[in-house]
Design a protein around this ligand. Structure first.
Ligand SMILES: [Zn+2]
Ligand SMILES: [Zn+2]
Length: 264
């Protein structure tokens, strides 16, 4: 299919336009579905977690892989812990998150499926701005959940049941917390007013980073090794261990500013 708009000198932009044309023509119903954000969040999460299930299994038998674990003395979680966690998340998604998120989507005006895709630069700016905003909103919300006992007990405590996190546990949280995370991500994309394709890419990358920061490994190819302003898995691992530091999900500037940063 030929693209109606050509983005000269921007081969990535041309690929984005072709991808966007395909999605609009073949999957318009899916793009406009009120169930899309929840299905996307759940399916991408499970898909991104799958390699870490294999890694946890291999680290149980390989000392070399075990050395990548942040808590190297602790054995990786067993398959049973994974299945229990998966069941809990699936039930919460089906019974609370899916209906609540669908109601929210139906109450909003449907997204406009513009003909033109973003350029590669626009996509970068959109996604980066969404991450900065989401990181800020989540930092303050997370801080409140730890500072106010009622919020901690009723919303956030479930996420802290594991002192040593594992990948799937990124979404092992109370239904209210899962909903709040979806909402913060959607508020971020609305405030940035980004293209629907940028929104999809932001949600996918957001899920990947959440999985990576809970994976329990200092991987040689982890994004925070390439981008030093990202906290990474050890940053969030410390939060699960100490509770009173490292509240930001991805970047570290808010924790530095508020004196809650720990590099331990
Ligand atoms: Zn966590
Ligand atoms: Zn916390």
């Amino acid at each position: 299919m030929s693209a109606p708009f050509t983005q000269r000198g921007d081969p990535c932009g041309q690929m984005l336009q072709r991808l966007w044309d395909y999605l609009r023509s073949e999957h318009e119903g899916v793009l406009l579905s009120p169930y899309l954000p929840t299905f996307c969040a759940f399916l991408t999460h499970v898909t991104f977690c799958a390699p870490f299930l294999v890694l946890d299994h291999l680290a149980g038998v390989s000392q070399r892989l075990r050395a990548w674990r942040i808590s190297a003395d602790e054995p990786p979680p067993q398959l049973r812990a994974w299945l229990k966690c998966l069941w809990k998340i699936a039930v919460q998604y089906l019974t609370v998150v899916l209906p609540a998120s669908a109601l929210l989507q139906i109450s909003r005006s449907p997204p406009q499926l513009l003909e033109r895709s973003p350029t590669s630069w626009q996509l970068f700016v959109d996604v980066f701005a969404c991450f900065l905003l989401f990181d800020t909103l989540f930092f303050f919300w997370h801080l409140c959940m730890h500072r106010f006992l009622w919020l901690y007990r009723n919303i956030h405590q479930q996420h802290h049941q594991h002192k040593i996190p594992f990948a799937l546990q990124a979404q092992d949280a109370s239904p209210l917390e899962l909903l709040s995370l979806l909402l913060l991500a959607q508020i971020s994309t609305c405030l940035v007013n980004c293209h629907p394709l940028s929104q999809i890419i932001f949600h996918i990358l957001n899920t990947w980073l959440a999985v990576e920061e809970h994976c329990g490994y200092n991987l040689p190819w982890a994004l925070d090794r390439l981008l030093p302003f990202l906290g990474g898995a050890s940053h969030h691992h410390t939060h699960h261990r100490r509770h009173n530091v490292n509240f930001a999900p991805y970047f570290t500037h808010w924790d530095h500013l508020f004196g809650t940063y720990s590099g331990d």
